[in-house]
Design a protein around this ligand. Structure first.
Ligand code: SAM
Length: 258
């Protein structure tokens, strides 16, 4: 194993958390319990991995950077049983990993691919109990924004359609090495039960939301030209003269169901 210090790789979005107080706060938010199946995305140098493992004794971690794997393997036995999946998280089948149970996902996510990770997790929402992620604060603001807010958009609708989104607290750049340029934030996502989501076609919801927000200043009548008619909008209780920003998540879902 290479003993020299690991040099953070920008292409893997590596900003390692070092601030003890923040790590403790994240652990308190997760409140891990023995017997739970917790999966960490991007363990890095183990800032969250070791305290998690100390408490629950078994954990699965998904890491893409092969240089970090031997370091993780060497340290793990001091804390518990760490299952390491050496892969790009976007290729990991969480449903298979859940093996009939449910997963709790945690991670200080690589910011360059945070949205694809969120959408990938949504594909497996049925087996995910909850998620605690560190993301750029600006992304968390968009995820949690209510309709009418200027940062309400595709990410807000798609996540709020399927999950309860709770921003928990802000983490300043100084908590990481190297320090990112922006504030970060911890968010908790709790997938809704299927019975609580109106029956609809998710691909259709994505299509509507993508077109609706592509040009935010257009009215829905124009933005959704060829995608949804005035009649369909009205049937869903939506004013065709309104903008995407004004449409609540429940109304987008109703439109996707018409
Ligand atoms: N958890 C560590 C911490 O808090 O210090 C590291 C967080 S760092 C922001 C992101 C981690 O995700 C890095 O370890 C990086 O190598 C890993 N990573 C980046 N892209 C990944 C991918 N596609 N699949 C799995 N892990 C990835």
């Amino acid at each position: 194993m290479n003993d020299s210090p690991h040099i953070a790789r920008k292409r893997f979005g590596q900003n390692f958390l070092h601030e003890r107080g923040i790590i403790e706060r994240i652990l308190r938010a997760i409140d891990p319990q023995p017997g739970e199946r917790i999966v960490e995305i991007g363990p890095g140098q183990g800032a969250l991995t070791w305290p998690l493992l100390d408490r629950i004794k078994t954990l699965t971690a998904i890491e893409i950077d092969r240089d970090l794997i031997p370091r993780l393997r060497a340290e793990a036995p001091r804390h518990g049983e760490l299952g390491i999946v050496e892969a790009d998280v976007l290729t990991v089948d969480f449903t298979a990993l859940a093996a009939g149970g449910t997963l709790r996902l945690v991670g200080n996510l690589p910011y360059n691919i945070s949205s694809p990770i969120l959408f990938h997790a949504l594909d497996h929402a049925a087996v995910i109990r909850d998620m605690h992620f560190m993301l750029q604060k600006e992304v968390v603001d968009r995820m949690a924004a209510p309709h009418g807010n200027k940062v309400y958009g595709r990410l807000s609708v798609m996540l709020q359609a399927y999950c309860r989104v709770e921003p928990l607290f802000v983490v300043p750049p100084g908590a990481f090495t190297p320090a990112p340029k922006v504030d970060s934030a911890i968010v908790r996502l709790t997938p809704k039960a299927a019975a609580d989501i109106p029956v609809h076609d998710r691909a259709r919801l994505e299509q509507l939301v993508r077109h609706g927000f592509a040009q935010r200043r257009k009215t829905l009548r124009n933005a959704l030209d060829g995608v949804a008619s005035d009649e369909q909008l009205r049937a869903a209780g939506i004013d065709p003269g309104a903008r995407a920003e004004a449409v609540a998540v429940a109304d987008w879902l109703r439109l996707a169901a018409t």
